[in-house]
Design a protein around this ligand. Structure first.
Ligand code: C2O
Ligand code: CU
Length: 475
């Protein structure tokens, strides 16, 4: 078996073979044909590893089948809705035309049961992305998949890669997300007691509150720990992990025993590489990291923040099961200072050219109020009413001001913003950023993709409870 590096070298040689001496090998690889796929949204029985659930999926698996493209390639995806409910597909993190963004009411009419819809666009940037339904609470069912965009010109310095999709699971376990939400509304929620620091400490970067939902299972790539996915490697192999948090209401810490993560990308965009023992990911966030496989088998562990349990996936060496005391390791990870990728420095090629913001938009994040609603600037999401107006061709600063005692991963569609450091220096380019209780995060972006762009909390239940607004500008 060739490893990935050898394979890429050989295929590059093959492609260049006929045009030996050609000065632009990359252009020889750029004429890739469109990728044509079909996503059938349907109800199905899915085996999460000894736990069978009736849920909603694309195709016949959770996560849905990976979509892999090259930067600049066209994707044509036919959504066939065979669910008993309306649905859409959102391509999380991609700066694509607004009418392909998959947000019901705002960018398209929801696709009715029995109907089809074709998404068609060119993928602009390389990186680790994902797709999920953007209708109701469907992200907390099985309607999601990893979306990987390769850059043929990227310097390749790893042997193999592994996509790691994290999720919190409740659907089909005697309840479903709609019932969970109805319960939250019925019982309401007391706002948490306010403490001056919001419960935020170096080892507890998003405070004490883990979320609103208690999940019976945590899964990686669709499997519970009892039947975890196992992947075979050789000691010394360098693996690029592409980690995606597809959870509905759970932030995860990701760590591997005796292994340093060299984090190289966040939300698809390159950052100045940073070493970490563990990395925290809010819902919707991603990171890429390079690891070196050790002499012993080891699990990739996802520890839900402030919730009981864990998910894992095994990196197997020499055919042996990992000999790790998992409970002890999970406890140790919970006590660590964990990397929030928003604090990383952006790679030079994705640092925004310095520019003073021409417009500042404040988003006051609050809740819960009136039982279970989560307003932004005192209002609940009500499209097409109450847009936040902007102007094309400008630098806009968003101030995400968390006045609540719960963390919110805030996601802007259609753009990748630059987090602003506390000293005003640029931080990572991202599309989703964790905002801890009683903290403010400032992010800058350029208005270079006109349309109606929702910005919302990526907690599925907060979004459904109104925690969204949208930015509107014309060409
Ligand atoms: Cu990942 Cu509005 O979505
Ligand atoms: Cu929220």
């Amino acid at each position: 078996m060739l490893d990935r590096r050898e394979f890429l070298m050989l295929s590059a040689l093959g492609a260049a073979g006929v045009a030996a001496g050609c000065s632009k090998p990359s252009s020889a690889r750029s004429g890739t044909a469109p990728l044509d796929i079909s996503l059938t949204a349907r109800e199905a029985d899915i085996d999460l590893g000894g736990v069978t659930v009736r849920t909603w999926v694309w195709g016949d698996q959770v996560p849905g089948k990976e979509i892999r493209l090259r930067k600049g390639q066209e994707l044509s995806a036919r959504l066939a809705n065979r669910l008993p409910a309306d649905t859409t597909v959102h391509w999380h993190g991609l700066a694509i035309p607004n009418d392909m963004d998959g947000v019901p009411v705002l960018t398209q009419a929801a696709v009715k049961p029995g109907q089809d819809f074709r998404y068609h666009f060119t993928v602009p940037d390389a990186g680790t992305y994902w797709a999920h339904s953007h209708f109701g609470l469907q992200t907390d069912r099985g309607l999601y998949l990893p979306l990987i965009i390769e850059d043929p010109d990227e310097r390749v310095d790893y042997d193999d890669e592994l996509v790691v999709v994290l999720d919190d699971w409740i659907d089909g376990t005697g309840t479903n997300p709609d019932q969970v939400f109805a319960n939250l509304q019925k019982t309401g929620m007391k706002p948490m007691e306010t403490t001056p620091d919001g419960g935020v400490t170096p080892t507890s970067p998003i405070g004490d509150d883990g979320g609103d939902v208690t999940y019976p299972y945590f899964i990686i790539n669709g499997k519970v720990p009892a039947d975890a996915q196992t992947v075979d490697y050789r000691p010394g192999q360098r693996i690029r992990l592409r980690v995606i948090n597809a959870g509905g209401d759970t932030a995860f810490r990701v760590a591997i025993p005796d292994t340093t993560l060299k984090v190289t990308q966040t939300d698809g965009f390159p950052a100045v590489p940073q070493q970490a023992d563990s990395v925290i990911l809010g819902m919707g966030e991603r990171f890429d990291a390079i690891i070196t496989v050790g002499q012993e088998s080891a699990p990739v562990v996802a520890v839900p923040e402030n919730k009981k349990g864990y998910a894992l996936l095994n990196l197997r060496v020499n055919g042996k099961a990992p000999a790790v005391d998992i409970d002890k390791f999970v406890a140790a990870v919970r006590g660590q200072v964990v990397l929030d990728t928003a604090s990383m420095k952006p790679a030079p090629e994705v640092t925004l050219p310095p520019k003073a913001p021409q417009q500042v938009l404040d988003l006051h994040l609050a809740g819960p109020v009136n039982g279970y609603t989560w307003p932004i600037n005192g209002r609940l999401y009500d499209p097409p009413n109450n847009p936040m107006g902007a102007t094309a061709g400008q630098r806009v600063r968003l101030r995400l001001i968390n006045e609540s005692m719960m963390f919110h991963p805030i996601h802007l569609h259609g753009h990748t913003f630059e987090v602003q450091g506390p000293d005003g220096s640029p931080r990572a380019r991202k599309d989703t950023v964790l905002v801890a209780p009683l903290r403010t995060v400032e992010v800058d972006f350029d208005t270079d993709n006109p349309g109606n762009w929702i910005i919302h909390c990526h907690n599925t239940y907060h979004l459904e409870a109104g925690m969204a607004t949208f930015i509107q500008y014309e060409p």
